[in-house]
Design a binder for this molecule. Structure first.
Ligand SMILES: [Zn+2]
Length: 241
């Protein structure tokens, strides 16, 4: 646990303005679910999974399930990214994780139903950045096609990790939008409680060979702060009208 004063200082010096979001269907909104899979979210599921129950991660899963259910009830589009690696193609600097064909690369049990929904597009990716990972061999991009086919004006991004896969995807989507690749997309929203990251406290990292400190609350905040700085809106709560 980071001492509260450090977190308070960070929140004072790098404040994030958040606003509530009420979804009613008047703006075509697509939900992007980043890597809510066992290998990152289920306790003990692998090298990059939480070793013990983690409140930020379980809260993120709960919110993702709640919002996904509403999107599906309304037949609104969902784009689900699943980190999936070939065993011969490691992903530096991470240890082996989410190998194809293993449970690690599958959606968490509470989201498994997404696979059978007509409004859901599942995309397996073998890199951190889901925008790049949506590129096909012929150069086409499944995410761009999803935005255009569904005439999406706004995306709401949830998942893990706030400062890694979520952030990279958000930054790329913002750049692509500004370059005109994603018309009619106008807004990229990130839901703070719908995102989570992993926890390696600095005192643990200091005593673990090769470990890099990654205090959860700080890095989660920094991820959201950078996303907002790049032009995303950060959402404090999501409700449905
Ligand atoms: Zn990966």
């Amino acid at each position: 646990m980071v001492s509260p004063s450090v977190l308070d200082l960070l929140k004072t010096e790098l404040p994030i303005e958040e606003e509530p979001l009420i979804l009613s269907g008047d703006v075509n909104t697509g939900l992007v679910v980043v890597d809510v899979i066992n290998g990152f979210c289920t306790v003990g599921a692998g090298n990059l999974a939480p070793a013990v129950p983690n409140k930020q991660i379980s809260g993120m899963v709960e919110e993702t399930v709640r919002i996904s259910r509403k999107f599906s009830e309304n037949k609104w589009p969902i784009y689900a990214l699943l980190d999936t690696h070939h065993p011969d193609k490691p992903e530096h600097p991470y240890p082996p994780h989410c190998l194809a064909g293993t449970d690690e690369s599958e959606l968490v049990p509470d989201l498994k139903w997404l696979e059978n929904e007509e409004n859901v597009t599942i995309r397996r990716k073998d890199c951190i950045n889901g925008y790049i990972g949506s590129t096909e061999k012929d150069g086409s991009n499944v995410f761009i096609n999803w935005v255009k086919t569904n005439k999406i004006q706004r995306i709401l991004v949830v998942g893990i990790c706030t400062d890694i896969c979520v952030l990279d995807f958000v930054c790329s989507a913002l750049s692509a939008k500004n370059s005109g690749f994603l018309t009619p997309l106008e807004e990229v929203l990130v839901y703070s409680s719908g995102c989570a990251t992993f926890d390696i406290p600095s005192h643990v990292a200091r005593n673990t060979k090769g470990a890099i400190a990654h205090p959860q609350e700080l890095t989660h905040h920094i991820g959201l702060y950078i996303a907002r700085g790049r032009g995303a809106k950060v959402v404090s709560e999501v409700s449905f009208n």
